[in-house]
Design a protein around this ligand. Structure first.
Ligand SMILES: Cc1cc2nc3c(=O)[nH]c(=O)nc-3n(C[C@H](O)[C@H](O)[C@H](O)COP(=O)(O)OP(=O)(O)OC[C@H]3O[C@@H](n4cnc5c(N)ncnc54)[C@H](O)[C@@H]3O)c2cc1C
Length: 451
């Protein structure tokens, strides 16, 4: 039976079905991303109280975040209120709150509810699906100048930075400052860095064409920096080389094998070389959400929980970690931090808990089934690696387009994204070119740490 302490969200004690409800197991899921939603859905038929807690009221389709950051799509086109997404699941309550503490021995979590303060909530089963956050490899001060890309806020910050840079370049009388405003540095050449760089390249050469009188946006400099020896290290080398050539054709400078030593208001220092830039974007590293640390369990260097074969931590078998926040190897390879893995893990744990609640036996341990890995490089070009299959080019781009539209969580998102893409494809225009906050000089005194 659930050991609910100070707060019981169902407030069951005063209702006629109080006894019945208090006998039901309570399953708390932290995080409404791909893994958390999949876990909740797998529990839809269970006679249990399922509570999904997220600090945001919306689920984000992260694979298209870079398109919000580059003004192709509006934030609402890739995000859906979690409440609306799961409205038909009657055993599920959605709670807007930030989890700040977990007591495994007390079987409670603590969460700050906006406007209401700290509350405690008991659980019988706990599923942590809290994802990752940008990591600056011990240099949290870089966050002030180089936003990462994990949330809609960050995507909008990046969009504002990019668009403002052209406004300032148009207005300044200083040649060096103009060049600094028109230089974009992306740190990290994984899929997100590559997708962002290519999208910025199309924006400067097509979308912004003829929009300015004193500058030519097509003369912008876009630099992709990475400490590794090649871009897209999670893809086969042949695909990575193809993408390199594609990026070069778009005018993007690729600087691999360079360690970023400093990021400040003037730009970056990488490999002892300063690149003056007003827009530095961080797509290099990620670390697990601090929620994992609250579990007091073993983690890898990125703070991800080392989970057992059933995604469990500890001995009791009632606390699980799923999605990006886990570290798991399968056949000597790490299970990748991608949406498919998160969905499969969330669904697996949801079904496992459903079995346990109803007294059925556990099935087989978790196994990840990869459906392939894709990345898009601007207009008309994508790459796909699935087992031994490696493809690239226009047909692959069509496949990428169709798969991403179908994967969006709601019909209205699919319709809106398709329409925007179609318009953008035909005209080169981007419909979300809004500077919602005027650019301000950064005050290092008010430095925030990495989110
Ligand atoms: C820019 C970008 C592009 C990507 N592109 C692709 C791609 O093309 N293909 C692909 O397969 N994968 C891609 N990924 C990876 C994919 O999005 C992740 O693997 C997936 O989102 C992981 O799902 P998750 O549920 O584990 O975490 P998330 O989706 O990150 O969800 C975590 C949730 O937990 C919540 N949360 C965190 N901390 C707390 C707290 N303290 N209290 C309450 N709630 C909390 C967050 O608000 C969030 O809603 C991309 C990721 C990014 C950032």
């Amino acid at each position: 039976m659930s050991t609910v302490l100070t707060e019981n969200l169902s407030r069951a004690n005063s209702t006629p079905d109080a006894e019945l409800r208090s006998r039901r197991k309570r399953i708390v899921i932290v995080g409404g991303g791909f893994a958390g939603i999949a876990a909740a859905r797998a529990l839809r038929k269970v006679d249990a109280e399922v509570i999904l807690i997220d600090r945001r009221n919306h689920h984000i389709f992260q694979p298209l975040l870079y398109q919000v950051a580059t003004a192709v799509l509006a934030p609402s086109e890739i995000a859906t209120p979690i409440r609306q997404l799961e409205a038909r699941q009657k055993n599920l309550s959605v709670v807007l709150a930030e989890v700040t503490g977990i007591s495994l021995s007390g079987r409670t979590i603590e969460a700050i509810h906006p406007g209401l303060g700290l509350r405690k909530l008991g659980f019988d089963y706990l599923v942590v699906a809290a994802g990752m956050r940008p990591s600056y490899f011990g240099h949290d001060e870089f966050a002030l100048y180089a936003p990462g890309l994990k949330s809609l806020n960050e995507a909008e910050t990046i969009r504002t930075k990019i668009l403002s840079a052209f406004e300032l370049a148009e207005s300044t009388e200083d040649d060096a400052e103009r060049a600094r405003q028109m230089t974009f540095v992306l740190v990290g050449a994984g899929p997100t860095g590559v997708e962002l760089a290519a999208s910025i390249a199309h924006m400067v050469s097509i979308t912004l064409r003829n929009n300015f009188r004193r500058i030519d946006p097509a003369r912008s400099r876009i630099v992709l920096v990475d400490g590794g020896n090649r871009i897209l290290p999670t893809f086969a080398e042949s695909l990575s080389r193809k993408v390199e050539r594609r990026l070069a054709r778009l005018g993007i400078e690729i600087r691999t094998g360079l360690k970023v030593e400093k990021v400040d208001e003037q730009g970056v220092v990488a490999g002892h070389d300063r690149i003056a830039s007003a827009t530095v974007l961080w797509t290099a590293g990620v670390a697990a959400s601090p929620v994992v640390k609250m579990l007091g369990t073993k983690t890898d260097r990125a703070g991800r929980a080392l989970v057992g074969p059933y995604m469990e931590i500890g001995e009791a078998g009632d606390v699980f970690v799923v999605g990006d926040a886990t570290s798991m190897t399968q056949d000597d390879h790490p299970v990748p931090g991608v949406a498919q893995a998160a969905i499969q893990q969330g669904g697996f744990v949801g079904r496992l808990i459903a079995n346990r609640v109803t007294g059925r036996k556990d099935g087989r341990p978790f196994r990840y089934h990869s459906k392939g890995n894709m990345a898009v490089v601007g207009k008309n070009f994508a790459i796909l690696e699935a087992g031994r299959l490696r493809t690239s080019g226009f047909a692959t781009w069509i496949v990428w387009t169709v798969l991403h539209v179908l994967a969006l969580p709601q019909l209205q998102n699919r319709f809106r994204v398709q329409t925007q893409w179609f318009w953008s494809y035909l005209t080169g225009q981007r419909s979300s070119r809004l500077i919602t906050e005027a650019p301000r000089p950064i005050d290092p005194g008010k430095q925030k740490s990495a989110p």
